[in-house]
Design a protein around this ligand. Structure first.
Ligand code: MG
Length: 159
């Protein structure tokens, strides 16, 4: 038995913040604003996984009113989501995600992101797809005011 889930997230870009994407610190002039480390890619993946098993969303499980998650490493959130799936008898099949931002170039960082995410998801790196596109200078992403991410995840019943 398999299930599919979808996730979307967006964060504002601002000076004085770090840019964490896919669990990797990306050198850049601006970073993502948020209660946690604002890793938009990991948040979208968390929501895709939660969506696949209809267990709510990341805001429900890790509310930004909770001081525990202030400045939180989103890898900890992803691990908690995967643990939750395992407890409910599910395991991750694969994840496919797309980042949307104008700068910097993401492709050089994709191998590190996949290597970081695969063990958290308990899958091989070949089951973690990360793609990136610009928004062709249109809209809030085009003006470099924000970064967004989309993800789908397949989960399956544990053997
Ligand atoms: Mg978020």
């Amino acid at each position: 038995m398999v299930r599919v889930g979808f996730g979307y997230d967006v964060h504002r870009l601002t000076e004085g913040r770090e840019l964490w994407l896919g669990g990797v610190l990306i050198p850049h002039t601006v970073g993502a604003l948020g209660h946690s480390d604002a890793d938009v890619l990991l948040h979208a993946v968390c929501d895709a996984l939660l969506g696949a098993v209809a267990l709510g969303d990341i805001g429900f499980h890790f509310p930004d009113t909770d001081q525990r998650w202030k400045g939180a490493d989103s890898k900890v959130l992803l691990k908690a989501v995967v643990d939750l799936l395992h407890e409910r008898g599910w395991e991750v099949g694969n994840v496919d995600a797309t980042l949307v931002l104008e700068r910097p170039k993401i492709m050089p960082h994709v191998p590190a992101m996949r290597a970081t995410m695969a063990p958290l998801l308990h899958v091989g790196e070949d089951a973690v797809s990360i793609k990136a596109t610009t928004n062709e200078k249109m809209g809030f992403v085009g003006r470099e005011e924000g970064v967004c991410a989309y993800a789908v995840a397949l989960v399956q019943r544990r053997a």
